[in-house]
Structures are given as structure tokens and as C-alpha cells.
Design a protein around this ligand. Structure first.
Ligand SMILES: Nc1ncnc2c1ncn2[C@@H]1O[C@H](COP(=O)(O)OP(=O)(O)OP(=O)(O)O)[C@@H](O)[C@H]1O
Ligand SMILES: [Mg+2]
Length: 293
């Protein structure tokens, strides 16, 4: 049986029952023990098992196991440098672009190992799209920012079809009404919040299943942030979203599950409500109460 087929048939791990024991502590070496809480779900879109990431000799991610569910917003939080961006980038092989970076373990999308040698990263990155901290529209028109992906992925035949994808994507990103009369103007001429929604529309245009967002609102003002958060809530009905955020209020507002990372380890995963009201690990508690990070 091929590795790919084996992967497809691999049973999905479900969360073992756990007791609600008091806060787990770090071990004698200061390393974080096993992840506590509910890292796995019954109907995962993506699965990650025993994921290690190294930059040269330095280990940035240590044996992380977690699922991304269908139609959920999963928030990843933790102190600066704990590996949130590194882990997020594993989910669409963006770390392939970092020469010193090595990823071990297994990550699947719809049951297929995304690190299998047969996987082409270009379509993978369309299926698992990414939105960055700083909006990064292409130096092209608003229209061409959206049309670029469908063109290179060969998703459209006619100009009419492309027009339709551009309109639908901008509508889904809540930007259509603001830009429909200026589609030929440069994307870089939009406000920061509009640019970020343009980047989300660009990710949507190629029909993703998962959208990764790395601090998507940290360069935005509160009004633009509120719009992007509203959008995230709407997008959840069609996509899985993994969002890294430093704003705990934001994690609380937009996500259903929250994962807390510390020094490259996944400490605790739980419903967002539980993580913020009743964390089980003392490291999670220290972070959310502002004693750390
Ligand atoms: N390209 C790289 N080369 C070498 N080390 C890196 C690289 N990128 C990240 N690291 C290291 O990996 C670790 C995790 O970094 P990462 O950027 O993933 O953290 P983060 O949780 O996203 O932090 P922040 O909240 O500040 O964005 C850090 O020790 C960082 O210095
Ligand atoms: Mg980061």
C-alpha cells in the first residue's frame, strides 16, 4: 500500500477521556509535558501528529499534535517566540521556503499527508491559504489581485467566469460595496483594513478549505479589526480558520477552540470559553492572567 493510501486509511484519533485534574506542572527539566485538553476532534479537516520543527540545530516546535476541525476557528496563542508562526507555516508548507527549516512528524489535509513527495505545494497553498500580519497586496489592480490566483491555477475559462470569481470573492470578504467602482485602481491604494480584506478575498478566490491567519489585525485600527473579525465569523461557515493572535480578547471573540503554546510545545487546547475561564495548566493560566508573556 502506498504511503498516501496508508495515510488516507489511518484511523482518526479522538480525544481520550481525561480527568479534570488540577493544573499540570512542567517537569524537572522545565519541559512542558503532554498536551492537556482536547487537541483532537472527531471530524478533522487537518491532523498534525508528533510535529517537530528545527531551524538548523535549534528546535522550535516539539512533538505537537492537534487537529483543525471543519468549520471552526482555532486560535493559537502564547508568548512571543513560542513557535506560533512556525507551527502555522507548517500547515501549508510555507516553511519550505526557509532553507534552515526542517519539519518532522505528520500533517494531513483531508486524510492526505501534505509532506508526501507527490504533493505539489502550489495547489496545496491554494487549498490552505494564508493571510499575513501586514497586508501585502500585489502591486496590481484590485481586480488583478483577486484574478491572479484563479488565472495561475487555471480555475477559469472565460473573462465572464473570472469577473464572477472576483465579485464573489470580494463579496465574501465584505469588500465589494467599497471597491466595485474602482476595480482597476491599485490594491495598494486601499486603506490598511481594506487591504487586509483584499488579501482575504485573494485567498478565498482560489477555493481554499483552510485559511491560516498570522496576527491578521495587528496592523489595523479597532474599526478595521472589528470588520475583519466579523468576516472571520462569517467565513467559518465555509472554511476552517486557524488564527494566531496576541489579542486575547480577539481569540475570545472569534474562535471556538484555543491552543496555548509555550516554548515550542503545545501546552493546552480546549474550548475557547474553558481556556479563558478555567485553564487547566498553570502555564495557560499564567499567560491569560497576564503573569507571563
Ligand atoms: N527563519 C528563522 N530562522 C531561525 N530561527 C527562527 C526563524 N523563524 C523563527 N525562528 C525561531 O523560532 C522560534 C519560534 O519563532 P516564531 O516566529 O514561530 O514565534 P511566534 O510565537 O510566532 O512569536 P511572535 O509572537 O513574536 O510572532 C523563535 O525562537 C524564533 O527565533
Ligand atoms: Mg509570530
Amino acid at each position: 500500500m502506498s504511503h498516501l493510501a496508508e495515510t488516507i486509511q489511518a484511523p482518526i484519533q479522538t480525544t481520550p477521556a481525561h480527568d479534570s485534574s488540577v493544573k499540570t506542572s512542567t517537569d524537572l527539566h522545565g519541559k512542558v509535558g503532554k498536551t492537556i485538553g482536547t487537541p483532537f476532534v472527531d471530524d478533522p479537516r487537518m491532523t498534525c501528529r508528533d510535529v517537530d520543527v528545527f531551524y538548523g540545530e535549534a528546535q522550535a516546535i516539539n512533538k505537537v499534535g492537534i487537529d483543525v476541525g471543519c468549520n471552526e476557528v482555532l486560535a493559537m496563542i502564547g508568548p512571543s517566540g513560542c513557535g506560533k508562526s512556525t507551527f502555522l507555516r507548517c500547515l501549508n508548507r510555507m516553511n519550505d521556503t526557509v532553507a534552515s527549516c526542517r519539519v518532522e512528524g505528520e500533517i494531513t489535509l483531508d486524510g492526505v499527508d501534505i509532506y508526501h513527495p507527490d504533493i505539489d505545494v502550489v495547489p496545496l497553498r491554494a487549498r490552505v491559504g494564508m493571510v499575513f500580519q501586514k497586508p501585502n497586496p500585489f502591486p496590481k489592480s484590485i481586480y488583478d489581485n483577486i484574478a491572479y490566483g484563479p488565472r495561475i491555477h487555471g480555475l477559469t475559462g472565460t473573462k465572464g467566469e473570472l469577473d464572477e470569481i472576483v465579485e464573489i470573492s470580494l463579496k465574501k470578504a465584505g469588500l465589494w460595496e467599497e471597491v466595485k467602482d474602482r476595480l482597476a485602481e491599485p490594491g495598494t491604494g486601499l486603506s490598511g483594513g481594506q487591504q487586509q480584506r483584499l488579501c482575504i478575498a485573494r485567498a478565498i478566490a482560489v477555493g481554499p478549505e483552510v485559511i491560516l491567519m498570522d496576527e491578521p489585525c495587528s496592523a489595523l485600527d479597532p474599526i478595521a479589526t472589528a470588520k475583519v473579525e466579523e468576516l472571520i465569523a462569517e467565513l467559518r461557515t465555509q472554511y476552517s480558520i486557524v488564527i494566531v493572535t496576541h489579542a486575547m480578547q480577539q481569540a475570545a471573540r472569534v474562535s471556538q477552540r484555543t491552543a496555548y503554546f509555550h516554548l515550542g510545545s503545545l501546552v493546552e487546547v480546549g474550548s475557547t470559553k474553558q481556556i479563558f475561564t478555567n485553564p487547566r495548566h498553570h502555564l495557560t493560566e499564567d499567560y491569560i492572567t497576564g503573569r507571563f508573556g
